[in-house]
Design a protein around this ligand. Structure first.
Ligand SMILES: [Zn+2]
Length: 284
């Protein structure tokens, strides 16, 4: 049941030149899939409470389900709030999350700096690190002029200096989600390096599902030490359910069990790709 300090996980990843995976929980089976994958791969894991789950079951239930399943496992885990607005971040701190991402991207830049700094002050009082995101990340399928979306190096430097955030999610060609059959934009690795050198803190990539292996390697070498991936794992779960149902009607439990099995395998693959397999602190 080891809760682990997210700052230590990311510091270790930075020192070791690898990245840690952050994956969304959705229900009992998918949460189990993530912790079982972490046990199997002996990898640390960020269990993420994401944007879609909060309106579905509420922050408290999502947190309590995640905590219960994680604490009964042998996984080394962090419970992380992804893309929290102000109120949700405060609630997450009260509930006992040990990592949060504050999303002030909708605010004008100066106001984003001000509110992020305030959240950082509060979270740090409770020993909780804060991730923020700068630059616009389009949803899959939007057609965009990428230069308008990339994180600006000068803004990133100022934002990090003035807010004191612990890690920064950047926009360098990634999207939230994946469109099947559409080749993703190549990652802007040079921009990633420039941001890394300007900010001096670990970088995060959201929407990591569509990123090919060689670009994952390049991103790790360019300062990215946390990848958030959801789509590929969600597709694995769905494929398992569909495989059971394609043979005719079946118990929901059988379909969910196959979904869980496939999601475990897909998560272990991600952990190997990110380089965090075998890096669980309790077992090193
Ligand atoms: Zn994001």
């Amino acid at each position: 049941m080891p809760w682990v300090d997210p700052r230590k996980l990311i510091a270790d990843a930075r020192a070791g030149g690898y990245a840690v995976g952050a994956f969304n929980m959705h229900n009992d089976e998918t949460t189990e899939a993530l912790v079982i994958a972490a046990e199997q791969a002996q990898a640390p894991v960020f269990l993420q409470v994401g944007r879609a789950i909060v309106p579905h079951m509420g922050l408290r239930r999502a947190f309590e389900m995640t905590r219960r399943i994680a604490e009964q496992s042998n996984a080394d885990f962090v419970i992380h709030l992804d893309h929290g607005p102000w109120d949700e971040c405060l609630e997450a701190i009260k509930l006992g999350f040990n990592s949060i991402m504050y999303d002030g991207a909708h605010l004008p830049f100066e106001e984003n700096i001000r509110t992020t700094r305030r959240i950082v002050e509060i979270a740090h009082d409770f020993g909780i690190p804060v991730e923020a995101e700068l630059g616009k990340i389009p949803d899959a399928g939007e057609s965009v002029n990428w230069e308008d979306y990339y994180t600006d190096v000068g803004e990133a430097k100022r934002f990090v200096e003035e807010t004191g955030v612990d890690s920064l999610a950047i926009s360098v060609g990634i999207v939230h989600g994946v469109v099947p059959g559409v080749k993703p934009q190549p990652l802007a690795i040079r921009r990633t390096l420039e941001i890394r050198d300007a900010v001096g803190i670990p970088l995060v990539l959201h929407g990591a599902s569509g990123i090919p292996e060689d670009e994952v390697e390049a991103a790790k070498a360019a300062g990215v030490h946390k990848f958030n991936a959801d789509t590929d794992l969600r597709h694995a779960f769905r494929a398992g359910m569909e495989a059971v149902w394609s043979k005719g009607d079946a118990q929901l439990e059988d379909a969910m069990a196959e979904g869980r099995t496939r999601m475990i395998a897909a998560t272990v693959e991600k952990m190997k790709l990110y380089g965090c397999a075998g890096k669980a602190p309790a077992r090193r």
